[in-house]
Every structure is written in C-alpha cells, then in structure tokens.
Design a protein around this ligand. Structure first.
Ligand SMILES: Cc1cc2nc3c(=O)[nH]c(=O)nc-3n(C[C@H](O)[C@H](O)[C@H](O)COP(=O)(O)OP(=O)(O)OC[C@H]3O[C@@H](n4cnc5c(N)ncnc54)[C@H](O)[C@@H]3O)c2cc1C
Length: 311
C-alpha cells in the first residue's frame, strides 16, 4: 500500500484516485479547481475517441472505458446512460480507426434516415455521461474509500517524498504546461450551448470538415456543440459562435431551433501530440487527453494503478 497524491480533480485525476483507492492505496487529491469548475465539467460527454493519440493506446483505453461505463450505466445515480446515435458524413467514409473499441457499429446509408446533405454514416450505442452528476459521484466514491479532496494550487512538481507521499500522480490537464513544464500541451477551445430537453433520445455527430457539430441528450438537458479552436485561450462564450452552433445543429435536428437555451459554456481541452501516461521516478504522468478525457479515463486509470505498483 502506498501513500499517493493525485494532482488534479478533473475526470482523469478523480478516476485515477478512485481506482488507486480501490487498489488499497491511501489517496489524497490536490487540485486548484474543484471538479465542477474543471474542463471535465464542460464535456458533452459522449464516449468517442477524439483529438487524442496514439491510436493503438487510445483504442485500448477507450475499449476498457466503454466496458466500465456500460456497467456504471446500470446505476442511474452515476449520471451515465447508454444512448444510440449516429455520426454523419458528407461523402463515403471508411470505418473509424477505433472501430474495435465498440461492441457494434452499423453503417447507415442514404435512404436509411440520414439528414439532408449527408451521404454516409454509422450508428452505435455509446455511453453518455452527465458530467456534473458523474464528477460528484466520483468524489463520493473516493471519499467512501477513505480518499480526500483538497483545493490547493501547486506551483510545480515537488519530490514525491515531500509531504509524505510515495508517489505523485500528475493529472493537471492543461495545467501541465506549468505544473510539469510541458508546453506541448495546448488548449483546444470548445464552446457549447446547453438547451432544455425536448424529448431527444439519440445523439448526433458531424466531425467532418472544419466544423464540429454534436447534439448530445441528457436526462433534463441537451448539450449542443461545438467548436475546435486550437491555441485559443478565451473561456468567455461568444454569442456569434453560439448562433452558429445552433444553426449547424438545427440542420441535423430541426427541433434544436426552438429549444430553450439554459446556459453557454466554454472549456479548454488539454491537447498534446500524444497522451502522456508514463512513470518517471516517483511521478506518474497522466495528462494530454484532448477531446477524449472521459472516453479514455478508466482505461488510463487501470494503467496508472499498474505503474504505481505496490510500492
Ligand atoms: C466543449 C467540450 C466538450 C467535450 N466533450 C467530450 C466528450 O464528449 N467526450 C470526452 O471524452 N471528452 C470530451 N471533452 C474533453 C474532456 O473534457 C477532457 O479531455 C477532460 O476534461 C480532461 O480531463 P483532465 O482531468 O485531464 O483535465 P481537467 O478537467 O482540466 O482537470 C485538470 C485538473 O488539474 C488541476 N490543476 C491544474 N494545474 C494545477 C496546479 N498547478 N495545481 C493544482 N491543481 C492543478 C485543475 O485545477 C483541475 O482540477 C470535451 C471538452 C470540451 C471543452
């Protein structure tokens, strides 16, 4: 059993903390932002490998996370639900590189219900995670296992022995630029419009071209997105962008046009040429999950537990 400090209380830090506590370690999470203030709280959050590499590790992590989320979806208190949905394309497309991570994926063709202007698509059942509910659930699970969560902004990596920890697990997301001195982590800004639920059960996604459009149903709300703005730091929602998002989404699901807007949100995805998950001395690094932190969380956490070892 080790004494582990996890830095970061987004979906990555909390999932790692829960798995480490389940493995019998003593876990304390330190974070500048509490869970509902993080990028993770803004995520849509559809299980979908997006803006994260390398493909082989991402596919394996995503497949493992899919299994865990499918299991969590049997308990409504987790905020996880399984939803069928469709990704659409304007031209014929090959199966996705992460095809092996989902149990089934069915091609959708013209005449099979594709919206106007689209030529190809695929449909599959995937976990959808209501992040505020889910992050609270992760904290409750951690606490029930004896772990703690404390607000603390750290200026950098202290030697693991300092403060009594055997191992530090660094999950600072975009904060790794300062915290781990890694400037290869860059923000990819995402803006969403949250509208009141109007009876939508299926998600829709269009990632082709230079825009990103999605409509993701939750119990009482629908998350409508989005944007993918590289190296853009503003967390202030832009009204013109919100209008554009709603226009694009209405083309896929016309009822979005008349939906009641509940709020606007922006998050900065922690993008990196490749997710960093490795041990360096007494530090396990786990950050740079781009647009797929939720999707990869449980698969990464299993690997982190292995890297922490039994100390
Ligand atoms: C609009 C939008 C939609 C998205 N949709 C999806 C989706 O559908 N599916 C999906 O899988 N992913 C999605 N994502 C991506 C997902 O949100 C991220 O990949 C994920 O949140 C990254 O999690 P994280 O825990 O690494 O980082 P964060 O959630 O940013 O958490 C980082 C934590 O580290 C802490 N920290 C940073 N620096 C320090 C420091 N110096 N000292 C102490 N603590 C520090 C922060 O305070 C915070 O607690 C979306 C993102 C956005 C913005």
């Amino acid at each position: 059993m080790a004494r582990v400090i996890v830095v970061g209380a987004g979906v990555i830090g909390l999932t790692n903390a829960v798995r480490l506590a389940e493995a019998g370690h003593r876990v304390d999470v330190l974070a500048r932002d509490l869970p509902r203030e993080t990028t993770s709280a803004v995520a849509a959050a559809l299980w979908y490998p997006y803006l994260a590499l390398p493909q082989d590790r991402v596919t394996a992590w995503a497949a493992r996370s899919y299994e865990v989320f499918a299991d969590l979806a049997t308990d409504p208190a987790t905020g996880v639900r399984m939803h069928s949905g469709t990704e659409v394309f304007r031209s014929l497309t090959q199966d996705p590189w992460w095809r092996d991570a989902v149990p089934s994926l069915r091609r959708v063709t013209l005449g099979d219900g594709l919206p106007p202007g689209y030529a190809d698509g695929w449909t599959f059942v995937t976990p959808v995670v209501e992040m505020p509910v889910y992050l609270d659930w992760l904290v409750a699970r951690l606490t029930a296992l004896g772990g703690t969560l404390t607000r603390l902004s750290l200026s950098g990596l202290a030697p693991a022995g300092e403060g009594g920890a055997d191992v530090v697990v660094a999950c600072a997301g975009l904060g790794a630029r300062l915290f781990a001195g890694d400037t290869s982590v860059v923000p990819v800004r995402g803006q969403v419009v949250v509208v009141r639920q109007f009876g939508l059960e299926e998600w829709w996604l269009d990632t082709a071209g230079d825009t990103l459009t999605y409509i993701v149903p939750r119990a009482d709300e629908i998350v409508v997105g989005g944007t993918e703005e590289h190296d853009e730091w503003s967390r202030t929602p832009d009204p013109a962008t919100a209008g554009d998002i709603l226009d694009r989404a209405s083309a896929l699901v016309p009822a979005v046009r008349g939906a009641v807007v509940v709020r606007h949100k922006v998050g900065l995805r922690p993008a990196r040429p490749a997710v960093r998950l490795e041990r360096e001395g007494d530090v396990v690094h786990c950050y740079g999950h781009g647009g797929a932190g939720v999707t990869l969380s449980w698969g990464c956490a299993d690997e982190v537990v292995g890297l922490v070892g039994s100390v």
